[in-house]
Write a protein that binds this ligand. Structure first.
Ligand SMILES: [Zn+2]
Length: 132
């Protein structure tokens, strides 16, 4: 796919290898710009500031956002009563909290994913939202 890509993700190292494999399967070029932030989209202001820079100065036209379960920036799964379902709902809420502001940025195509990190450290990806 044409256009420069950016990936916004959490610092959590458990995501590294699974996310790289996932991005490759998604045809994201290996030279994509990577924005690694504590808690992913947790700090909306920071994400939007970096994203506006990415679009206006770096020429980014496609961005992928990855939130994940058991995120220690939020206290981990324990803050959701150790429930994967509650954790999933919480993190989807975190995506929904910023999605409208991201969609206001012209010239940007965005995809939103939730990475599920299970108790064995296995990672799987769920598409939450996409615009074309
Ligand atoms: Zn995290």
């Amino acid at each position: 796919m044409a256009g420069k890509w950016a990936v916004f993700r959490c610092v959590d190292g458990r995501l590294n290898e699974p996310l790289e494999n996932f991005l490759r399967s998604f045809d994201v070029p290996p030279n994509h710009y990577s924005f690694t932030l504590i808690g992913g989209t947790k700090d909306n202001f920071r994400v939007l500031t970096d994203l506006e820079f990415a679009v206006s100065r770096l020429g980014i036209s496609r961005a992928i956002f990855v939130q994940h379960t058991d995120c220690l920036a939020y206290g981990g799964r324990i803050m959701c009563g150790c429930s994967e379902d509650a954790d999933r709902e919480f993190q989807i809420g975190e995506i929904r909290r910023i999605i409208d502001d991201i969609r206001k940025i012209e010239g940007l195509t965005s995809w939103f994913f939730l990475a599920h990190i299970d108790d064995n450290g296995e990672v799987s990806f769920e598409e939450i939202d996409k615009n074309k």
